[in-house]
Structures are given as C-alpha cells and as structure tokens.
Design a binder for this molecule. Structure first.
Ligand SMILES: Cc1ncc(COP(=O)(O)O)c(C=O)c1O
Length: 174
C-alpha cells in the first residue's frame, strides 16, 4: 500500500512540475512575442478566403496552383473516397500502399521522365526522408538561415554537422 502512495505522490509531483514548466514556457513565448495561434479559416482555402467573419486575401498559403479548391480535384477526391474509403489503414511499408498511390507514383514518374517517384503526404515528411537518407554523420549541410525547418530537422535526424549562413548571403557562406 505504501509503495502505491509513494508512486501516486511521485506522479502528482511530476505533473505539477510539468505544468509549471509549460506555464513558464508559455510566458516566455508571450514575452518574446513568439506565441503563435492557428488562424481559423471559416471558408475554403483559396486566394480569397474568410478569417473569422472577415473576408481576406490570402498571401500566406502554399496552394500556388489553386488545386485545394479546384472542382475537378474535389470531384476526383469524392469518387476516390467512394471507391477506396478515407484511410490507408497502415504505413505504406506495412499494408497501406493502395493501387491509386502506385498509379499516381507511376504517372508522376512518367510525367517527369524519371524511373520512379515516391509520394509523401507532406513536404515536411519528404524533406526529412530525403535528407536523413542521403546525409551521414560525417557530412556537413550548409543552410541558408531562412531555410524551412524540415531541411534543418532532416539534417538533425541524419546526425550530420550543419552550418548556417545569412539569408542569400554568398559572402557569408564562403
Ligand atoms: C521548402 C519547403 N519545404 C517544406 C515545406 C513543408 O511542406 P508541408 O507544409 O507540405 O509539410 C515547405 C512549406 O512551405 C517549404 O517551403
């Protein structure tokens, strides 16, 4: 019984310490004006969208080709969901590689005139996979200071050394 009490006390102290740490970090983020919140879009992703009640022009998205809200893409997605459901169920290497994925990879490889293509669900995942596969501990990655976090994290995962230079400053790089 005593050990159970000690365990609960230990768990309680751990939770309180964690809460304290989280509060401190949140305060730091506020103090440095680095506290971030997710803008809530109340209309579909597009060049013009709705943020809360306000109509806005969206300059911050990566949907450069306007595919996120394209009628043909929406239709294809609806048809795909009817036929294939809405989840692969597992990682591709286990049992989640469906024939529409394979067809798309082959179509992209042929479109870009390459022997194979490999799809990732986000750019972040693609950069992590490519960099951590290609780089080794003995390699050095040179990073523009404003490089996307996924490029830095890929290098971290590979365990390689990295040096950062000022944004587009070739003199600093040299
Ligand atoms: C160079 C670069 N890599 C990776 C990403 C991350 O892509 P995603 O949002 O699909 O994870 C971005 C997003 O802006 C990017 O600009």
């Amino acid at each position: 019984m005593l050990w159970l009490l000690e365990l609960n006390l230990f768990a309680l102290i751990t939770v309180l310490l964690m809460q304290h740490r989280i509060q401190q970090r949140l305060q730091q983020q506020h103090a440095h004006q680095r506290y971030r919140q997710r803008p809530l879009l109340t209309g579909p992703q597009s060049t013009q969208t709705t943020l809360g009640q306000q109509a806005v022009v969206n300059f911050s998205a990566n949907d450069y080709l306007g595919l996120a809200n394209h009628p043909k893409v929406i239709h294809a997605l609806q048809q795909g969901a009817e036929k294939w459901g809405v989840g692969a169920g597992a990682a591709h290497l286990v049992s989640g590689h469906l024939s529409p994925h394979e067809d798309l990879e082959q179509a992209l490889a042929s479109l870009t005139n390459r022997p194979r293509a490999l799809l990732f669900s986000t750019g972040y995942m693609a950069n992590l996979a490519v960099i951590s596969s290609l780089m080794e501990k003995t390699d050095t990655a040179l990073h523009d200071r404003l490089n996307h976090a996924s490029l830095l994290d890929g290098g971290r995962l590979a365990g390689c050394r990295f040096l950062r230079y000022q944004h587009v400053d070739m003199d600093h790089l040299q």
